[in-house]
Design a protein around this ligand. Structure first.
Ligand code: MN3
Length: 200
């Protein structure tokens, strides 16, 4: 069973003006679709065929650059689309709110630390929020399409991510990555982040 490009739960223009429709169309339809097709071609006929994407990434040989880049690209964008939405933004509520407050002191502190991880990732990559089994939340960032599930990652369960590749923002924000990061907070679907934290 091959991996499929997941259906978007909202229209390309649903995240305007924070993320523009053209960027969404190209990012989802070209970039994510490309990672999906490449991943399927790479695992076809190998031991990885039929495994979950999480299992593939957990047991990844980092020297396998094709699988690393495309398997990561497939997983990362799946999560990215899900944790955003047209009715997003605002302050988190429920368990995620309590967990953010106890791990980072306040939502404002969390925003500062997450934004810093996203701004300071040099070149292409991602910023992450991961939940560890002991209740600890951890912010990390990864290069290219690497992610926390890989053997070189911070581990834990990724519950929030932000794509800081230029393809994610350049049409609308050009070199202004900090403005894009600020806008991202207007479209975070905290309900979905909360579901991931509580494994619903
Ligand atoms: Mn991307």
């Amino acid at each position: 069973m091959a991996f499929e490009l997941p259906k978007l739960n909202y229209a390309f223009d649903a995240l305007e003006p924070n993320i523009d429709a053209k960027t969404m169309e190209i990012h989802y339809g070209k970039h994510h679709n490309g990672y999906t097709n490449n991943l399927n071609n790479i695992i076809s006929g190998t031991d990885n065929e039929g495994k979950s994407i999480e299992d593939i990434l957990n047991s990844l040989d980092l020297e396998n650059k094709g699988l690393r880049n495309n398997g990561g690209g497939y997983y990362n964008h799946n999560l990215f689309w899900e944790i955003m939405g047209p009715n997003g933004g605002g302050d988190p509520s429920g368990e995620i709110s309590e967990s953010i407050n106890s791990n980072f002191g306040s939502f404002e502190n969390f925003k500062d630390e997450f934004s810093k991880a996203a701004v300071t990732r040099f070149g292409s990559g991602w910023a992450w929020l991961c939940a560890h089994p002991d209740g600890k939340l951890e912010i990390c960032s990864t290069a290219n399409q690497d992610n926390p599930l890989m053997p070189n990652g911070c581990g834990g369960n990724p519950i929030l991510c932000l794509d800081v590749w230029e393809h994610a923002y350049y049409l609308n924000y050009q070199n202004r990555r900090p403005d894009y990061i600020k806008a991202f907070f207007n479209v975070i679907n905290w309900e979905e982040v909360n579901n991931r934290l509580t494994n619903k």
